[in-house]
Design a protein around this ligand. Sequence first.
Ligand code: NAP
Length: 281
Amino acid sequence: MTAQQTTVRLPTGEQAPALGQGTWEMGERAKTRNAEIAALKTGVDLGMTVIDTAEMYGEGESEKLIAEALKDRREEIFIVSKVYPHNGSEAGVKAACERSLKRLQTDRIDLYLLHWRGGEDLEGVIGGFETLKAQGKIRHWGVSNFDTEDMVELFSLENGNRCATNQILYNVARRGPEFDLLPWLRERNMPAMAYSPVDHARLPKQSVLNDIAQARGLSAMQIALAWVLQQPQVMAIPKASTLAHVIENAAARDVKLSTEELNLIDTQFKPPKSKRPLEML
Ligand code: NAP
């Protein structure tokens, strides 16, 4: 039994694991390939079955790595991939999806996201996603790096409210989305997917996270990850290419931070008092 929420609820009612694995910067170096494959497999063994990738990551190399590591475990995993905004048209997303399916060596992507806003034809993207869904090539679609006003625009378009998630930069040091974006998503029963949940390993070296970690015999990264998992309807997709980090991250699900610990975290990593534009990595 873990202490944290182990799943989030997609708008369709389907449950998805709250903790997954990112793969940005993986699959790009022959020297680290075997270690990365071992890390991904171990993560799945430990229940981190949401695997996040994108056509952008290593220009497809991350998707190929996932196929190599996990194609014989397809039924166990929930694959998330993303399409570039420059492929953001009805025909563009369909073609990009075919290429991703080929690299992933699978017949379906569980969740397919528009990676960020950048000159796309949003109506065309929705149309393409809906067609791919009807064809069984994707099971859900969503967006990434959409601020609240982008979500409002999305929902004003036909079928825009069929979006399953918004993948955003969110962690203890980047709390802007708490002001309006996370409440907006929760009101619509839509989970957020927190990327860079340990801030791309750039959290301050000394912080209250270390104090809490030391008192519990854990690492500061585990406290940072447990903090994200403790936010309702938030998934987290840490990337770890080393076994030790994967094992640590999986164990963060067993950490439930107390009210005192959460208050202490707020003293250093302050919640937003006003709107902050959504940050992006
Ligand atoms: P992250 O997961 O916050 O941090 C990854 C870094 O933290 C790596 O250097 C990793 O090291 C290290 N790390 C992980 N667990 C650790 C632990 N327990 N102890 C110490 N260090 C640890 O950052 P991210 O990779 O930027 O974000 C995660 C995933 O989100 C990405 O991989 C990608 O799938 C997705 N993402 C999406 C977007 C978007 O625009 N939608 C943007 C950024 C990221 P090792 O690799 O050496 O283990």
